[in-house]
Design a protein around this ligand. Structure first.
Ligand code: SF4
Ligand code: SF4
Length: 155
């Protein structure tokens, strides 16, 4: 089930160059309605193609305002219930709201190092781009080449 943005919580990530939800969506579904002409809510984000949503929850987790919610399947999360994550620098807190008004919270650690402290290329040698064409890097034959139409299997 797709995500949707709550315009009462979204602030359009006004203090950032790009909204967090646009940055993170692997399917490029989130869009900022700058003048309100598309949704009636100026400077609010929205999911522009809900039927294409992967339900990956990336936008829900990254939104700093907890403005994005996911409509779940009714058999998994009955109507009226909700699941909302809140990220911290080293953990994520999930708030589960049940239809009867009860809530439960689960907090899980998400990292073992300080945010921003990882140097992914630290102590790695510089890449030697001149070797990219050598056999073994892309295919056993070397650099990937366009396919030969004559080699296609046709019925
Ligand atoms: S990340 Fe959240 S606050 Fe920022 S634009 Fe998207 S929905 Fe709005
Ligand atoms: S749940 Fe995933 S695919 Fe759907 S809008 Fe959010 S980031 Fe994009």
């Amino acid at each position: 089930m797709p995500t949707f943005v709550r315009p009462d919580r979204c602030d359009g990530c006004i203090d950032r160059d790009m909204t967090s939800c646009i940055y993170i969506c692997p399917h490029d579904l989130m869009k900022l309605d700058r003048d309100g002409s598309e949704t009636g809510h100026a400077m609010r984000a929205f999911n522009q193609e809900p039927e294409q949503c992967w339900e990956c929850y990336a936008c829900v987790k990254i939104c700093p305002q907890q403005a994005i919610e996911c409509r779940h399947y009714a058999d998994l999360v009955p109507l009226g219930a909700s699941v909302q994550p809140q990220r911290g620098p080293d953990s994520i807190l999930w708030t589960i709201a049940f239809r009867n008004g009860n809530t439960k919270r689960f907090k899980f650690p998400t990292r073992t190092t300080l945010e921003g402290s990882i140097d992914p290329y630290g102590s790695k040698p510089e890449a030697d781009l001149s070797t990219l064409g050598e056999p073994g890097y892309f295919t056993s034959g070397g650099v990937r080449k366009p396919g030969n139409p004559d080699e296609l299997i046709r019925k």
